[in-house]
Design a binder for this molecule. Structure first.
Ligand code: GCB
Length: 881
């Protein structure tokens, strides 16, 4: 809406605005002066009263807004040297020249977002404070500004929310994202007449539109316009409301007299009717009308507001999902956080447009705003794109900075005001169908209890209920939703006895990470079925699902390791597998109204140091800088989009560990052909959009792989280049590991070529505790994971004579005494009964066994057979004799 508001404005800021030019078109009723340039910035508090007009800011840094002082998140296992994680105060100053043409007007400073608390001074006078990082706010500065030059100072405060801190009662109090500081969205001065369309309504536009009755023949449009007269004389005015079609042609008009006494605020409620309305039908047809509201004094327009209007009806059915304008509309999409690598939260309209273009390219038709109010520019994009939007209040993880305590009244009041702002400011976006009043509001107490070993259940319920009631009262035309973390999951957090908050809101959102934080890769379907049966009257949305995808960690077989969460390696191939498997379950459940993959983009969070990144959550389909689409992006694109998709996986896994590997890709073609170095490998079908060429032999050194397909009569290709090792120099397998590595001078690949057994990692006593270290080896990393049970390996190996070295150890004191196993090579027993505990003389001590083999037929088959207990293998090295 900001864009629309600005388009009606006439005073435009010059490129360098200190002092700004005073160009003005007096014909425009509502004038704005853009204040994005000419600021000086100082990080931290400043001693000598920077609010004072006489303060000398010459030494401060010249900046323009949007601006943030933070720089968080890097794809490296250590923090970047130029990372800036400061949480606290940041000062901004600039001068502001009020042109003479604005004499007699009411003047408002309008901020689109200052994080997390803003204090504003004009000419040394404190004119206002706003607590909340995500909403627009306006301050009436008519009395504080004088004609000519003025000084403007803003103090932004993103102090961490801790007991006794300035942000103790300003939500969010927790969460897996970094709250960046600064004036990170637009700022302007707005000038109106004394009598105007209200600017003091929780930052909202003052015009509120909805469509109570919609059919193909007729739509009723309800328009509520808030008028205010701040002047001292009574006014007899007219309010005209005009609906324009997408070409700008008026299609319905309403005119009503509006008498405003001095100081009076008036809500004018009118109904307009449209015959044969063109409906807003999501991505299929996101048709937008505009509503122009004009306040006139006789023939003179004294204020004008322009708002988008999408005409649609909708319902969420517990069994059939979203019904949009009478049509069942299955929703599949993504969540989005608002930060971008290199820019943080300080985004331009172009950044928002590029992000939306990526969501469209993916084939998403719904977006969840994680976990707070997003910029107007972004939500305007969503309206135009036809995305269905879940908009969210930042009530995340806890209701009190001491998670086991009930919410403080100040926190509830702040959350209620942020909710009013969210709803009022976004009311006219047709894309928004759901107001989320929270995300995992009970999890902070569960984590706290887990860390301390005891604790009270979360006390967020009463606050969630209040917020839900408020949202329903503020906007009965939409539905409320909440994202639950844990009900009936095998998550360690649900074990902490947190009572479920499901059933408070009208739609039940479920954040579920099967095959990642807990459970099996195919666990999500049965879990959703059970919750659907338990809450039959509630429509369900899968509000989060996904897995981490580190772009520099790779696996030849992502089934070769256990669930990768909690800081362990998270190769890109595991993310792909988790998304493939979860999606099979999700798409088979038509009762699910929607699913939102977590997340469209990698994002900054100082809670994490995992995968190949520091301060980044790697669950994005696209990298933090938006430059790299991970493999999983193409799987979902092939599943969701109508565009031809053909993608070979593994672009970032160039230096391969094995000379023989499965080649995988994603396509919506019926069949796809592969060639390696110009030689055809074969044509395969791609069931579920997944194309697999098993056991492809690569040439030592460079390999050029080309996939081709015909999709809808169009020839499509994709190609990539890999380097393969020479298998005659040896094969090295890191058993039970999702990611290999170079150990003792040898390049080990991830676990592969195995049959049976279970992959395990050496775990600490809690997800937060470090794992034990295995002694007696130069390569402890090789022992960080292992394969256990009765299992075998069928290893592609050139014919010849080899020495095989098996690395083992005893990970478990309780099982050690009974454990012994035999090793067979090509069916022959080469080791009779091997006890790692006996051989090593203790638990977590490395031990190896070697034997000679002659391979034939291009493979070596190894079997590990329990004699007592389970076999344990940490690594296999095969070297030529
Ligand atoms: C969640 C949270 C989200 C986290 C995500 C994760 O359940 O709602 O804020 O970022 O999981 O990646 O763990």
């Amino acid at each position: 809406m900001a864009a629309l508001l600005l388009s009606s404005a006439a005073i435009v800021a010059p490129a360098c605005a200190q002092p700004q030019s005073t160009r003005q078109t007096t014909a425009e009723p509502r004038a704005t002066i853009d204040l994005s340039t000419g600021w000086r910035f100082h990080s931290g508090d400043a001693d000598a009263g920077p609010a004072a007009p006489s303060f000398d800011d010459a030494a401060w840094q010249p900046v323009s807004v949007p601006h943030t002082w933070n720089k968080v998140g890097t794809y490296a296992v250590t923090r970047a040297a130029d990372a800036d994680m400061r949480q606290g105060l940041g000062w901004y100053r600039r001068s502001l020249t009020v042109p003479a043409a604005l004499n007699g007007r009411r003047l408002f400073l309008e901020f689109d977002g200052v994080s997390k608390i803003a204090d504003v001074w004009v000419n040394g006078t404190h004119v206002g404070r706003h607590a909340g990082a995500f909403a627009r706010f306006r301050i009436d500065v008519t009395g504080a500004l004088k004609p000519g030059a003025n000084s403007l100072a803003v103090r932004a405060d993103n102090s961490a929310s801790a007991p006794g801190s300035s942000t103790e009662h300003v939500i969010p109090l927790g969460g897996d994202f970094f709250v960046q500081g600064g004036i990170y969205r637009g700022v302007r001065l707005v000038a109106v007449e004394d009598a105007h369309i209200d600017l003091a309504d929780h930052g909202g536009p003052g015009v509120y539109l909805h469509t109570p009755k919609v059919s193909a023949e007729r739509a009723e449009v309800a328009a509520k316009t808030l008028l205010r007269n701040l002047g001292t004389r009574a006014r007899t005015l007219t309010l005209t409301t005009t609906i324009q079609d997408a070409t700008g042609k008026p299609v319905a008009t309403d005119r009503v007299p509006a008498a405003l006494a001095p100081g009076q605020a008036l809500a004018v409620e009118r109904g307009l009717t449209l015959a044969s309305p063109h409906l807003w039908q999501g991505r299929a047809d996101p048709y937008l009308y505009r509503v122009v509201s004009e306040l006139r004094d006789g023939a003179r327009v004294i204020d004008r507001q322009v708002q988008p209007l999408g005409i649609r009806s909708f319902a969420f059915d517990p069994n059939r999902g979203l019904i949009l304008n009478g049509k069942p509309t299955p929703l599949h999409g993504v969540s989005r956080h608002q930060d971008v690598g290199g820019k943080g939260w300080a985004l331009t309209p172009e950044d928002h447009a590029r992000d939306m273009a990526l969501a469209l390219e993916l084939g998403a038709n719904t977006i969840r705003h994680a976990h707070y109010q997003h910029a107007q520019e972004w939500t305007d994009e969503a309206d135009k794109a036809g995305m269905v939007v879940w908009a969210e209040l930042p009530f995340v993880h806890e209701a009190n900075v001491e998670p086991s305590l009930p919410p403080a009244p100040e926190t509830i009041a702040n959350a209620e005001e942020q909710l009013r702002e969210l709803i009022h400011q976004n009311y006219n976006h047709p894309s928004i169908l759901l107001w989320s009043v929270g995300n995992e509001a009970d999890i902070g107490a569960a984590i706290d209890a887990m860390r301390k070993g005891s604790g009270k259940p979360a006390q967020s319920r009463s606050m969630l209920e209040r917020l839900d009631r408020l949202a329903r009262a503020e906007d009965p035309s939409r539905l409320t939703v909440y994202a639950d973390c844990c009900e009936d999951t095998p998550s360690i957090l649900s074990m902490q006895g947190a009572p479920s908050l499901n059933g408070v809101t009208q739609v039940m959102g479920l954040n579920r990470y099967y095959g990642w934080y807990y459970g099996d890769l195919d666990g999500v379907g049965p879990a959703l079925d059970a919750l659907h049966a338990k809450h039959p009257a509630l429509p369900i949305g899968l509000s989060e699902w996904g897995a981490g995808g580190a772009m520099t960690q790779h696996s030849d077989n992502p089934r070769g390791g256990p669930v990768a969460a909690y800081g362990r390696p998270q190769p890109e191939e595991y993310q792909s597998l988790a998304i493939e498997e979860n999606w099979k379950q999700i798409r088979a459940r038509p009762y699910l109204s929607a699913s939102w993959l977590w997340n469209l983009f990698d994002f900054a969070t100082t809670m994490r140091n995992e995968g190949d990144a520091t301060d980044i959550n790697t669950k994005g389909l696209v990298s933090y800088d938006r430059k790299t689409r991970k493999d999983a992006f193409y799987f979902l694109q092939a599943s969701w989009s109508d565009a031809p998709v053909l993608h070979l996986n593994g672009r970032r896994y160039v230096d391969r560990a094995y000379a023989v590997t499965d080649v995988r890709g994603y396509s919506n073609a019926d069949r796809v052909s592969l060639s390696v170095n110009g030689k055809p490998v074969g044509e395969v079908a791609c069931p579920d959009r997944i194309c697999v060429w098993p056991g492809v032999a690569l040439a030592p050194g460079a390999n050029h792989l080309v996939a081709t397909a015909n999709i809808g009569g169009k020839q499509v290709t994709d190609a990539l280049d890999w380097n393969a090792p020479n298998p005659r120099k040896g094969v090295f397998i890191d058993s039970g590991a999702l990611v290999g590595g170079t150990m003792g001078g040898d390049r080990y690949g991830s676990d592969d070529f195995f049959r049976g057994g279970t992959a395990k990692v050496l775990a600490g006593r809690s997800p937060f505790a470090p794992p034990p270290k295995v002694e007696g080896t130069d390569s402890p990393a090789l022992f960080g994971s292992y394969r256990e049970g009765k299992f075998g390996y069928d290893i592609p190996l050139p014919d010849g004579s080899w020495t095989v070295n098996i690395a083992s150890f005893e990970p478990d004191a309780a099982k050690g005494a009974a454990r012994s196993f035999a090793v067979l090579a090509d069916g022959k027993r080469v080791i009779e009964a091997f006890s790692p505990l006996q051989a090593a003389g203790g638990v977590n001590k490395a031990v190896t066994r070697s034997f000679q083999v002659k391979s034939s037929g291009g493979r070596l088959v190894l079997a590990f057979e329990p004699v007592g207990g389970d076999a344990v293998v940490a690594g296999i090295a095969i070297r030529p004799n």
